[in-house]
Design a protein around this ligand. Sequence first.
Ligand code: ASP
Ligand code: MG
Length: 461
Amino acid sequence: MSKIVVKIGGSNLKDTASLHKVIHTIKKYNQPLIVVVSAFYGITDKLVEILTLVKHDRDEIQELTNFLLEMKQEVLEKQIDDQQILKTTYQKLEERVEELERYLLGIHYIGETPGFVEDVVLSYGERLSALVMTAILQSNNIDADEALPEEIGLVTNGQFGRATVDFENSRQALLKNLSGDKIYIVPGFYGISREKKVTLLGRGGSDYSAASIARCINAKSLDVWKDVDGFLTADPGLVKQAQRVKKLSYTEAAELAYFGAKILHPLTISPLMNTNIPVRIFNINHEIDLDNPFSVIDSSTKVSSQIIKSVTYNDDFAILKLIGPGVGIRPGLLADVTTKLGSNNINIKSVITSQTSINLLLARKDLLKAYNIVQELDLQLVNELQTVDDISVIALIGEGMMEKCGLAARMFGAMSRENINILIISEGASPVTAYFIIHQDERDKAVRAIHREFFENDAKN
Ligand code: ASP
Ligand code: MG
């Protein structure tokens, strides 16, 4: 029978209370599992920080390693009664922290962090949490084993910082190495290149690790444990009336994550598209009921009667506008621009064009760099380059949206009743998403208005 892959995020690896919940949850399954863990809460951020500090200040290394050892020791002492397990785990922990120390010393001496070293250093958050979690589970009489990506063969495409998993080259090894009748604890966030180098899967990437493993072993399900409710009709911080979304399609979940729903990393769904592996989202703070996940993402999800499943927003968008008569019809212009931006590692989130204007939607951090690059191209047809960065993107997501008339009218109506000016709108790029751009200071009002229109009592479904 195929196994379940369980993902435990950093927000559930924080303190004694959260660790108890994790142990309790794993016991509840009462079957062999593959458990992918994140780093303990906040640890990856600390490692990111040290990469800069250590270049100039060697003392930072000692400070960090003391912090890590003390923190883990406290966790271990609270969770493990067996003195023998405690001692051997602490030794292993010290060895691992010493490895990290050596990399940091190297950075200090050369005053620089080569890409491959950065990836190794940042992977230590997960390496430490996997070690500690394995020991804690063992001391709870659970047959658990640590399974590092380099040991089990989680192979990536080799790109540092944001690698993708090579499913074809990982499948056989993962199937073989994770076949035992036990609980495997896999550190998320990294895989191994063909040259055996550690390659990170991008920040927040352990969701993606778990999804990739689930795909390769054809898991029964991917169970993601959170400390918040699963997918909701809107951000509950903004909309008190937000309701649970019980079922979503893979495309809906992928679009929601992309447009800002924080519940899953945007890449999580991609390995599972075209599979029959459901993603089941649970809240670890509720009574455990493995048959009743909060939200389920699967391939059987169909169009719901109300079409729209959720409204989300994302502030990490900026626009670079290329303005000039005829920019929209000149063959090759867009290709020149996008090729140049791509070769400078700038991701274009979306492109919306008209006859006289090309709007490139970018991450905010890339806006200035992109502006300078396009400026340098000195394009004949472009009279003016403009940047806009005080914007939010509001996205409405639901299967069947393109087939149903009148949704856009309701969306526009909701905005105009609130006097919100829509700067740009895009519909149809994905069959399940419509999004529009507004000034950021109107974002909260816009999300609430859309929610009222589509989800609250008087909604005209
Ligand atoms: N620890 C990594 C991060 O904070 C990966 C993850 O938690 O998913 O980005
Ligand atoms: Mg995470």
